[in-house]
Write a new protein. Structure first.
Length: 112
């Protein structure tokens, strides 16, 4: 459960994080880095693809500055994973709602 989000910080299950992160149903991977910073590449999602969630919710940042290129979108969807791309505040709410009934992973950019 994502408890709260504000620019540069998120609280998941009572623990505060100040770095981008991946939220899995059973763990959080803090310090998530992308090969190209504000462009989400397939290589950035290796753990997510291995987990095979039903849904991947991507939080593109406070102002939505992280890009998800068409080839990344196509690859995720070709794996049978539903993709939801939203600014991070909305993505956190979507994650919580979907996680009640589906296997969901969130990839969250916390700034920009």
């Amino acid at each position: 459960m994502i408890d709260s989000y504000d620019f540069g910080r998120v609280t998941v299950d009572g623990k505060r994080y100040n770095t981008d992160l991946l939220v899995f149903p059973d763990k959080v991977k803090a310090g998530w880095r992308r090969k190209e910073g504000h462009s989400l590449q397939i290589v950035d999602l290796t753990e997510v693809l291995e987990a095979k969630p039903e849904v991947l919710v991507v939080g593109t940042g406070y102002s939505g500055m992280m890009d998800v290129p068409p080839e990344t979108r196509a690859h995720i969807e070709s794996e049978g994973i539903e993709l939801v791309i939203q600014k991070t505040a909305k993505a956190c709410k979507t994650f919580n709602r979907l996680a009640e009934s589906r296997t969901v992973v969130a990839a969250l950019h916390l700034t920009c």
